[in-house]
Design a protein around this ligand. Structure first.
Ligand SMILES: [Fe+2]
Ligand SMILES: [Fe+2]
Length: 474
């Protein structure tokens, strides 16, 4: 059956006149839809969801709202508008023309970066596929599905690059992106974190706050790439990504608000009493923060990385907001790095700044997380409750980098195995904590109603009321 691709796949890459690309996508699109049906959200495929669809990149077109069934969502292909005569903004190739085609010497590196980024997008949809069954409100159910369809579009964005610029290899990689599955014993997703199911909404909001924000920093680094089509693709993805982090931030703010409301009503700071009232106690939320923060900071990679240095040198991948730096070469500076000394202490060493780029980007990320967390703390303080959230040290509970496997306390101070064992249940969610959070997960599907553990949002989506019918259940 002939498909009108201009209509079916909104795009600004002139798909209609590119026969090769069209043919590749004609082959891939039905497989994507099969994947969506098999691995995407369960049970809601015939419900009508109030979704934002990008139909162009200008102000008006990238956010058009309406009720659609998810399989009918129009996954499009968009690149930010080109910068005329764009040049490379950093590294050894600084000032030369940006690449419109993939240079042979960077082909495999670029392909790997695109595939790794692309793999996380469908992975998160797979991780979240059961969450719709326990949504705390229709507003939140819509938020989940908005994130899911856009992660699907981000997969399209990466598949477009693979199809358009990497020939046969790229088409094979695009197939593989639909074959690997989150948590699959034989064909797992590439990055470890993306193989853990997300089965409760506290984790979903943590994921969209911490993990999607890592995604934002990765996209910002790729948005600086000398490979112009990649840079422009990532620039547009960032506009959508912002909403995912909004969902995470406001979700956690609303949970916090509800918890301190319950504490105020009951005049208690006893976590057991808060739980008995059907809200999530602050110490449990803190443990989830410790867990999700440490898993997200791992995603930035090792503190000392020769890969990061060579990506920067060659122009393949830069630093977020490179234009804000005074020195785009990063050649003569060094960075002081702390690492475990193997004797229970900390050793200091100076490494070239280019090798420390993962760490400098991670530090910017941590600062941003901290800023948002202070808003939640403000809510707690206003209620007169004596508790503050804090981010653990980035050394805590790491699996990647120089602190991988090291036992430290929340301040990053190395501790013995015994001390760790004695405190781990205070620092990270226990089975009992997870079981409690799970016990709260009951669907609330009446428009405007909220589960007891989360406050309503301050306003609805796209100027609609909070009690708008965001999802018309089939
Ligand atoms: Fe994404
Ligand atoms: Fe996202």
């Amino acid at each position: 059956m002939a498909i009108d691709y201009q209509e079916r796949i909104p795009n600004n890459v002139d798909l209609a006149s590119n026969r090769t690309l069209q043919r590749a996508l004609e082959h891939w699109q039905p497989r994507f839809l099969d994947w969506w049906r098999d691995m995407g959200p369960t049970d809601f495929q015939s419900s009508e969801v109030y979704l934002r669809t990008a139909i162009s990149v200008d102000r008006k077109g990238w956010a058009s709202f309406g009720h659609v069934k998810m399989p009918d969502y129009r996954w499009g292909i968009f690149l930010a508008e080109p910068t005329p005569d764009r040049t490379i903004g950093f590294g050894d190739e600084m000032g030369k023309a940006a690449w419109q085609q993939v240079p042979g010497e960077h082909r495999s590196t670029l392909r790997r970066l695109i595939v790794t980024q692309g793999d996380t997008e469908p992975a998160s949809v797979e991780q979240q596929r059961l969450l719709g069954l326990t949504a705390p409100s229709l507003y939140d159910l819509r938020g989940l599905f908005q994130v899911n369809v856009e992660e699907g579009r981000h997969l399209w964005a990466m598949v477009y690059l693979l199809h358009a610029h990497f020939g046969r290899d790229g088409r094979d990689e695009a197939e593989e992106l639909l074959v690997r599955h989150s948590g699959d014993a034989d064909r797992p997703r590439i990055l470890g974190t993306f193989n853990e199911p997300i089965s409760d909404w506290l984790s979903f909001f943590m994921f969209t706050f911490f993990t999607d924000r890592d995604g934002k920093y990765q996209l910002m680094s790729l948005a600086e790439s000398a490979f112009d089509p990649l840079a422009r693709t990532c620039q547009f993805m960032l506009t959508e990504e912002a909403h995912h982090m909004f969902i995470g931030h406001t979700g956690l703010a609303r949970i916090t608000k509800r918890t301190v409301e319950v504490m105020t009503e009951l005049r208690t700071d006893d976590p057991a009493a808060v739980r008995a009232a059907g809200a999530i106690d602050l110490p449990t939320i803190q443990k989830y923060i410790n867990f999700w923060f440490s898993s997200a900071v791992d995603l930035f990679g090792s503190e000392a990385s020769s890969n990061a240095a060579s990506y920067f040198a060659s122009g393949v991948k830069g630093r977020p907001n490179e234009a804000n730096y005074a020195d785009h070469m990063a050649l003569d500076q060094s960075f002081t790095l702390d690492r475990p000394d193997g004797r229970g202490g900390v050793a200091r060493e100076d490494i070239p700044l280019r090798n420390a780029l993962n760490e400098t980007i991670r530090l910017a990320y941590i600062e941003e997380c901290q800023t948002f967390m202070e808003r939640w703390n403000h809510t707690i303080a206003e209620a007169g409750v004596d508790f503050r959230y804090r981010l653990p040290s980035s050394r805590f509970n790491r699996n990647i980098g120089v602190w991988a496997g090291a036992k430290t306390d929340l301040d990053g101070k190395p501790v013995s195995g015994e001390t760790w064992a004695a405190h781990a249940t205070d620092w990270l969610p226990t089975e009992a904590d997870r079981a409690f959070v799970h016990s709260l997960m009951r669907p609330v599907i009446e428009p405007g109603k909220m589960a007891a553990w989360i406050a309503p949002p301050e306003r609805g989506i796209n100027d609609q009321a909070v009690d708008y019918e965001y999802v018309r259940l089939a």
